[in-house]
Design a protein around this ligand. Structure first.
Ligand SMILES: NC(=O)C1=CN([C@@H]2O[C@H](COP(=O)(O)OP(=O)(O)OC[C@H]3O[C@@H](n4cnc5c(N)ncnc54)[C@H](OP(=O)(O)O)[C@@H]3O)[C@@H](O)[C@H]2O)C=CC1
Ligand SMILES: O=C(CO)COP(=O)(O)O
Ligand SMILES: [Zn+2]
Length: 351
């Protein structure tokens, strides 16, 4: 008897465009969410968009509660849950970068409340995904979380954000190439469940972004449009898979390890991009990694340890220990030896 089942949860409203932040109240009204909103944000996104969202709901007579988070941690998730309970929030709105959106979606999940995603940077593909990514001691969890009921992505705000945030989002998408290869490898070697649809969507998203790389230029609002569409599409791939596998392979383990070794040294997207150059080399040897490096370079994302602002030895340490971050089989297998890591990093010009 056929017994497979799956439950794919996707946003109902994805509102993207110039000035759409002013449509947040309408996008929420459409969802029939009731009660007091809790706006979760962080210092810069609060200035850029959070205060405007609070004002807009206030003008409708629904005075929102507001809380500001500083880091992605389970303690912060717990604090947001307590704030939501204390303020009797009916739903949550996350206004910010990947850190804020992850915390909000996990708190909403725990509370059983609806969640709306308002990205202020096109820097990561967690905007739509039903996953949260949180470090804890020696590991990095990928937690099932509440996906957003709506996404409000204002390209005016995204385009005004520092350019490096947009190139980080591009690199997070380009890293899908190696994430899918790792997933297929784990399917073949470890019988990990693989979704053809999610894998194909993730790969196609990376291909389309690379094909449109010429429209991704500093100062061009269209860039924010191209990148945010790709970030949404990559998040949908994760929702179809019910895992971050389509968008997170060995290059992400490498980045998560860098976050432990040198916290805050570089952006998530930039780290996974450089990781992807190396892991593509480990997958396929001499030529394919150049395509990843060239795509990153065309967009203006880092392609070397130096451009990341991370020293060579830390890159090697991260490469040789990244497989320990979580139980996710990748091209790193049960560990890359130090000489092999050094050879891969040198051959690709990363160090
Ligand atoms: N769940 C998922 O599926 C995914 C999760 N992630 C996670 O997302 C995080 C990475 O996201 P990322 O956005 O790079 O990290 P952050 O949320 O830390 O944001 C990076 C920086 O950008 C600032 N910022 C945000 N918006 C603006 C703006 N409009 N103008 C100026 N500065 C701005 C933030 O300010 P401030 O310091 O004030 O916050 C912060 O300093 C990681 O934790 C990663 O693991 C990434 C991909 C997928
Ligand atoms: O960053 C992600 C996808 O881009 C997902 O993060 P995880 O590696 O924690 O699953
Ligand atoms: Zn990522």
């Amino acid at each position: 008897m056929f017994q497979k089942s799956s439950w794919i949860r996707l946003p109902r409203n994805v509102v993207v465009g110039h000035g759409v932040l002013d449509e947040t109240v309408d996008a929420v009204a459409e969802l029939h969410l009731t009660g007091r909103p809790l706006v979760v944000t962080s210092p810069t996104p609060k200035e850029v968009a959070g205060d405007r969202v609070v004002e807009a709901f206030g003008a409708e007579g629904e005075e929102p509660a507001l809380t500001t988070v500083e880091e992605a941690s389970f303690e912060e998730v717990q604090r947001v849950i307590e704030t939501a309970r204390a303020s009797e929030a009916g739903f949550l709105i996350g206004v910010g970068g990947g850190k804020v959106i992850d915390i909000t979606k996990m708190a909403a999940d725990e509370l059983g409340l609806g969640f709306v995603s308002v990205p202020t940077a096109a820097s990561h593909d967690g905007i739509v995904s039903g996953r949260g990514s949180v470090p804890e001691e020696d590991t990095r969890h990928s937690v099932a979380a509440e996906p957003p009921l709506a996404v409000v992505a204002d390209t005016e705000i995204l385009a005004e954000a520092p350019w490096r945030l947009t190139t980080a989002g591009c690199a997070d998408i380009i890293s899908n190439y190696t994430a899918v290869k790792d997933w297929q490898l784990a399917h073949r070697l470890k019988n990990v469940e693989y979704s053809e649809y999610a894998g194909a969507l993730s790969q196609m998203t990376a291909e389309m972004l690379v094909e449109n790389a010429d429209s991704v230029k500093r100062g061009l609002e269209e860039s924010a449009w191209v990148v945010v569409k790709a970030l949404v599409s990559s998040g949908v791939a994760m929702s179809i898979a019910g895992s971050s596998r389509p968008a997170s392979g060995a290059e992400h383990l490498f980045s998560h390890q860098l976050d432990r070794l040198v916290p805050g040294a570089a952006l998530h997207g930039h780290q996974v991009g450089v990781g992807s150059i190396i892991t593509e080399y480990l997958h396929s040897g001499e030529t394919e990694w150049r395509k990843i490096r060239d795509a990153l370079a065309r967009i203006g994302a880092p392609t070397t340890a130096e451009e990341l602002g991370i020293d060579d030895e830390t890159v090697i340490e991260s490469l040789t220990t990244a497989h320990r971050i979580r139980d996710r089989y990748t091209i790193l297998g049960d560990g890359v030896s130090e000489p092999a890591a050094r050879e891969a990093a040198r051959a690709t010009g990363v160090i």
